[in-house]
Design a protein. Sequence first.
Length: 95
Amino acid sequence: MNADTITTIVIMGFVSVLMLVLAWVMLQGKGSFLIAGYNTMSPKKKALYKEKELTKFIGKMMLINSLIFLLLIINTVFDFKPGYLVLIGLFLVSI
């Protein structure tokens, strides 16, 4: 493994952990101020949405994204050329 590969793994690991933490916050129904567009809506438009359900949905999406990043890290560590793990992960997400 060269220095570029190690740097890539560290950066993807940091991003994955950050997304896991944010997903955990969102899954608890908190952190709606982090949702782009929702935080700039008028209170009248915000009343049209169920805030807790919206944050939980975004949390699930972030959890899926962080798991895909973890698959990318595994793919990079074991140097699978075509990226089979990522393709399998994306396939499972699309089901």
